[in-house]
Ligand binder design. Structure first.
Ligand code: V0V
Ligand code: CO
Length: 140
């Protein structure tokens, strides 16, 4: 079902500062930036490698406000790893299969994700404390 790790999402207070840190420290390059109002984030994707069915990235996330998933996370836990996203061939199918296995889905239907992807989240309490995202890359 999982083809690869698509991205690791990292919560931060200052997106521009963290982009500069990742670029100079790890020699990564920003390949996309987006404000996603529905998810309450301003985000940047830094490319790491290309793989089976798509690339792998670091996703840097700055909250659009305190009452958003990343805003609440920062207030509670501070900066750090916020979620891990797995690439799947078909996000709706993966949601059905995983839901049938008893894991709570945080989305009823796939939502718009970065770079034209379709995404859905799984409850962290049902995945060993890890907020998990499913990502289907856009069809070309
Ligand atoms: C909360 N918890 C987490 C967590 N956030 N555990 C691990 N990782 C996280 N990121 C824990 C929290 O400590 C609580 O445990 C429990 O889950 C319930 O959390 P809460 O504080 O009561 O609830 P909320 O209101 O903070 O909601 C948490 C959830 C929410 C995960 C339900 O953040 C959510 O719906 N997230 C999905 C959407 C999202 O995160 N979007 C931003 C990324 P204790 O303390 O009770 O033990 S957008 C993105 O990735 C995009 C656009 C993309 O990739 O394209
Ligand atoms: Co993400």
């Amino acid at each position: 079902m999982f083809m690869r790790i698509d991205h690791v999402g990292i919560a931060c207070h200052d997106l521009e500062e963290k982009i500069a840190f990742f670029e100079r420290t790890f020699e990564l390059t920003v390949v996309a930036r987006e404000v996603n109002e529905e998810q309450g984030v301003k985000e940047a994707m830094l490319h790491i490698a290309d793989g089976n069915g798509g690339g792998s990235y670091i996703q840097l996330l700055e909250p659009l406000g305190p009452d958003t998933p990343v805003g609440k996370f920062l207030a509670k836990r501070g900066e750090g790893v916020h979620h891990v996203a797995f690439g799947v061939p078909d996000v709706a199918e993966a949601m059905r299969e995983i839901g049938d296995r008893g894991v709570r889905l945080l989305d009823e239907a796939p939502r718009h994700g970065t770079m034209g992807s379709s995404i859905a989240f799984l409850h962290p309490k049902d995945v060993g404390g890890m907020l998990t995202e499913l990502v289907q890359a856009p069809k070309h």
